[in-house]
Design a protein around this ligand. Structure first.
Ligand code: AMP
Ligand code: MG
Length: 487
């Protein structure tokens, strides 16, 4: 089994991690192998799909060239600072080098206890692992930056949550697993040397252009802020609710990280929350940009000692960087939603026009995905499908005339607009009731529904035979009101 490893994180000082191999599991069983991803990253699919491959994906064998470790990090969880979290149930096997020279983290999640496990068992349940596999791959297909899922393996051991569940290990691939919480870990310890090494590491790996800047740390901060502004705008554009936007789940690489209680909305409501542990609605759909802004302020705060030797100047640097977020987010959000509405050109009133549609959708209990998708038909003159999304068509009719006036001001021809709208408005998203049904069957050993759903979600754009059932919102009795983080 040949992975090409070049492990850079392990070259950081020992206080950045605990060196530890994954714990072996009783009876590894292959559940999912993402051969398309393996191919894309230059991993030999046959080697992966072998007995040695399975042993590696289960954590029973450490591949040659790996340097397994658990990363140290801290984090603000629901606004409260926890000075030590860390990989409590994950092991970074090492960094693989792709044919194009990119370094990617290869991580096993659910691979046993580490120095950071606290009271946890270090394990993961099959349902939550398959959930991450499905939704992360759906996100990737939607073109949204995300960690990827390479494989799912069952352990042959139960994990005990409220009830015994089958245990599993996910192989996660990411551009990087450094989090805002990694910086907070060293900031809380006033370990300036470590902060500097971490920042230099992040710049070298993720933001090499910052190296050219006369203030590299400020340039890195700006770049991270810009990536998160775009990332969260893109989440909102597909109705995604991350659910647990703690700073330990905010990836410095700008990838979507941690698929716990996340969910996609069915009908649009800005206050929508699914996570069973989010009692205050802190991570509600429309709160996500504010939370990202707050998380990035924690990042800037942790970086203060690097931004300037003079503390007042450092605070001014941090503040001006963080203050750029709202405008950057707004611009990214406008880009996304203009495209969703089929607007190619820019007009002053666009923000209002988009808000008015969203308001109508909230009042009319309109399905987020299907409403936007039906806008493309409406752009081509067929309004019935769009109007049928609203509990009261009067809510959308006034808006439709306003939108028509706006479209008429553009020179874009209708056919081109419809094609563009179909690329901005997915036909299918992972709907909670379908995800839940697929996971329940999978936990009973039947992957048919899971595989069928995955097959649909890896192409979210194109209408084709068999796709229609997956576009249907839940019937009242199918609605999933809550999702669980499954830790
Ligand atoms: P999460 O909610 O997945 O972001 O995890 C938050 C923290 O709890 C991280 O430090 C995890 O490593 C740790 N954690 C979550 N589940 C477990 C588990 N089953 N065993 C050990 N640590 C865990
Ligand atoms: Mg996490």
């Amino acid at each position: 089994m040949t992975f090409i490893f070049d492990n850079t994180y392990v070259r950081l000082p020992a206080r950045f991690y605990e060196r530890r191999a994954p714990y072996p599991v009783a009876r590894p069983g292959l559940v999912k192998l993402n051969l398309a991803l393996a191919d894309q990253f230059g991993i030999d699919p046959d080697a992966l799909n072998s007995a040695d491959g399975l042993a590696i994906l289960a954590g029973n064998q450490v591949p040659a060239g790996a340097a397994p470790l658990a990363m140290a990090y801290a984090g603000h969880q629901f606004g409260r600072f926890v000075p030590q979290l860390g990989d409590g149930r994950a092991i970074l096997l090492g960094e693989i080098v792709t044919p194009s020279g990119q370094h990617l983290d290869l991580q096993l999640k659910g691979s046993g206890r580490t120095a950071f496990s606290r009271a946890g068992d270090g394990r993961a349940a099959l349902g939550s692992v398959l959930r991450e596999y499905l939704i992360s791959e759906a996100m990737a297909a939607l073109g949204i930056p995300t960690t990827r899922s390479l494989a799912v393996v069952t352990t042959g051991e139960p994990v005990y949550r409220e009830v015994p569940l089958p245990g599993a290990v996910l192989t996660r691939v990411a551009q990087g697993h450094v989090r805002v919480g990694t910086f907070e870990y060293f900031s809380a310890r006033q370990d300036i040397d470590a902060l500097r090494r971490l920042a230099d590491y992040v710049i070298a790996r993720h933001y090499p252009e910052a190296q050219e800047d006369e203030r590299p740390y400020r340039a890195m901060l700006d770049a991270v802020i810009a990536r998160h502004a775009t990332l969260v705008a893109r989440w909102l554009s597909v109705g995604f609710i991350h659910g647990v936007m703690n700073t330990d789940n905010a990836a410095i690489s700008g990838e979507t990280l941690d698929y716990g209680p996340c969910a996609f909305m069915d009908h649009y409501h800005p206050g929508q929350v699914y996570s069973s542990i989010d009692h205050q609605g802190r991570y509600a759909y429309a709160n996500q940009p504010y939370i990202a802004h707050w998380n990035l302020a924690q990042f800037a705060q942790a970086l203060l000692p690097l931004l300037d030797v003079d503390p007042d100047r450092a605070i001014r640097e941090a503040q001006s960087a963080v203050d750029a977020f709202p405008d950057q987010f707004d611009r990214a959000w406008l880009d996304c939603f203009r495209a969703k509405l089929g607007l190619i050109e820019v007009a002053d009133d666009d923000h209002n026009l988009i808000d008015a549609l969203l308001d109508a959708m909230a009042s009319g209990v309109a399905d987020f995905t299907n409403t936007f998708r039906a806008l493309a038909d409406a752009a081509a003159g067929a309004e019935a499908l769009l109007r049928s999304q609203f509990s009261d068509t009067a809510l959308i009719d006034a808006w439709l005339s306003r939108w028509r006036v706006r479209l008429a001001k553009e020179s874009t021809d209708t056919a081109a607009r419809v094609i563009a709208m179909h690329r901005a408005n997915p036909l299918v998203i992972p709907r909670n009731h379908q995800v839940e049904a697929a996971l329940n069957a999978a936990e009973e050993g039947d992957l048919t529904a899971f595989d069928a759903l995955l097959q649909i979600l890896v192409n979210p754009w194109d209408d084709r035979p068999g796709v229609t059932p997956y576009t249907r919102p839940p019937q009242p009795h199918e609605i999933i009101a809550q999702t669980f983080c499954g830790t």
